[in-house]
Write a protein of this length. Sequence first.
Length: 744
Amino acid sequence: MAYSLFVFLLTVCTFLGFKKIEIFEPNISLDDYTIEEGFDLKIIASENHIKAPVALDFDNKGRMWVTQLIGYMPNLEGIGEEEPVGKISILEDLDKDGVVDNSKVFLDKLVLPRAMALVYGGLLYVDGPKLWFVEIKNDKPGKKMLVDPIYAEGGNVEHASNGLMMNIDNWIYNADYNFRYRLQNGKWLKEPTSRRGQWGITKDNFGRLYYNNNSTQLQSDFVLPNRIIKNKYFRPKSAENQRITDNRVYPIHATAVNRGYTKGTLDENGFLKEVTASCGPLVNRGSAFPLSYNQNAFVCVPEANLITRSVLDIKNTKISAKKAIAGKEFIASKDEGFRPVNLYNGPDGAMYIVDMHRGIIQHKAYITQYLTELLAKKKLDTLQNAGRILKVTHKTTKRLEMPDFVKANSKDLVNLLSHPNGWVRDRAQHLLILKKDLTVVKELRNLTKINNEFATEIHALYVLEGLNALSFNVLDEIAKKSKQPETVAHVLGLLEKYALEVNVIKFKTLVAFLQTQNNDIIDLYLAMSLGSWVNVSENNFMPTLSIIEKKYSADNVFQEAVTNSLYGKESIFITKMTPNDNLKSNLNLAIGNRQKKELNPIFVKTKNEVDTRTKGLQLFRSICATCHGADGNGIENLAPPLKGSEYIDGSMNRLAAIILHGISGPMHVGGKRYELNNEMPALLNNTSVSDQDIVNIIAFTQNAYAKEPKRITAAEVKKMRAFKPEGSGVLNEKLLLETDFDKQ
């Protein structure tokens, strides 16, 4: 009925001369997909509206905004990926049947955009290496502001900053970058944070962060972000970046993966055994699944065309995860084009899957000859310019309608902080801060003292923080009256701002009260927050740290928390408090690092570095591809092919010597004689090419063209640099065959 009425209205509008709206809805079979019993899977957007989607967000009307990485690996050689063809589009469901039927481009001509977030009334997004913020005016870009000129500089698209997730603490966190962001008083703040994961980032209700990398299915911090990195000369190893589950997966068909030739990667049937490209994790905070699925962890495994589900076991200082159903995945498909890369909860509480839907998902810098040939054989390299968004719902769980955020007033938003859907709570928190309406402060303070499973009190606490409506006395009262240790943990962090002489006695009283609670979470966050107070009053608060470290002497996370709080006071604590051996080791490490001026790398590193194989690819394209071809197949009358060459598959020292000293023809490669009209240029005297550069070039060629990749060191390259070919100093086939380069 609704659809018929919509079509009728479109017909009337067209008859009256209004612009016709084109309706495109996907009609794609999902017969090759399996999903856990009780759930439904539906395609709600496809390539009629999007190409190569990698990230999405929802606006206050419930519309999807989708980032499209169209330039990524446009062919097996990755040629042309720097072209400005990326887009961010707005997807709409005009007839309200749950399927996207219209789209419009908000931004285009972007270079490899990989992340975005609808925040502060505008859009935060990536274009090339830069992070931008643009205001939104009637679905059009408004005033534009450069947030970070080097956000994604260095590395390649597989190892460049992404994620852009607003956490409950009002800071925006990233995957694969050691900085976080926040807009405050009209200025963008950027400050160091721990580096997390590779592609995608998510959070639980408490505000802990979860992420992964290609070969590690799921990782987590055991503590809230930026709470255990205050000691700049100590890098925590037990509290952050912890693997919390195994990497086993169970695809339903044989899969084409990058190193499928490596022993142990595939089983006897060609099925992938452990993840090699995991990404886009989601800790479910939606309301459309049964209660037992709350805060379950879902992970994308695009190389095996599946999505895993694990049940989190969250203890005070430890988190672990276990596959929900042994030997079975939440979603698995035989469709090799199914490439889930990111997961999100939506305004309706459902789970949304960003399916890049393409054949090639491995970047040229890393793709092996094995996978290149396999993709070409299966014609997966021809699957380009597609893309889908899928939606997962439960058959019997009632879905809640999205609140009307456009019309919601401040009191409505306060009430939504108790909504069962985490997306709704997050958006209500953010909009309350943007409204700057101080008339609801009393209601917010009341919410900080309630007790529910939705972390409502923490949301309310950070609305107050965003409104600058907190004080020492307010926080002190919340800490004493709260029944939730997790809320107290956040309060202790916020109280650090008020670590002043005038508040010492009151805070000492609060600490004494909190210690009587005998609660592990409260003790842990006391251990992390006391550093600010120790700097104000060493005698009053250092003994408390001593009590905590002795109480939890066998817990490495607690010991790191205490070390965190003793920045600059390590020697004093060792002298006065006789710490246990575990803590003493940490403190001595921090003292030694300070003496050597060795900071935690997050306080030194300002941008991502270009990795070895990406450097090798860049050098290959600038130096070697002109003659050998971008695909390594050689160019007639210029240079022989690298694929199938005994010089690629043979001695690495010999290969280094060829690159350094050049070669003159003719020569045989793969049993075929090649007449070389020109000498291959020698790089020996090119001062801009270092020994490590030669290592990088070889690393790329080995990965891309060798049957069994080998490695070489810069020291070995240096030896080949000293080698002097007879005669003209340029190698020829006779010298190559007669010389034992490995004995030089």
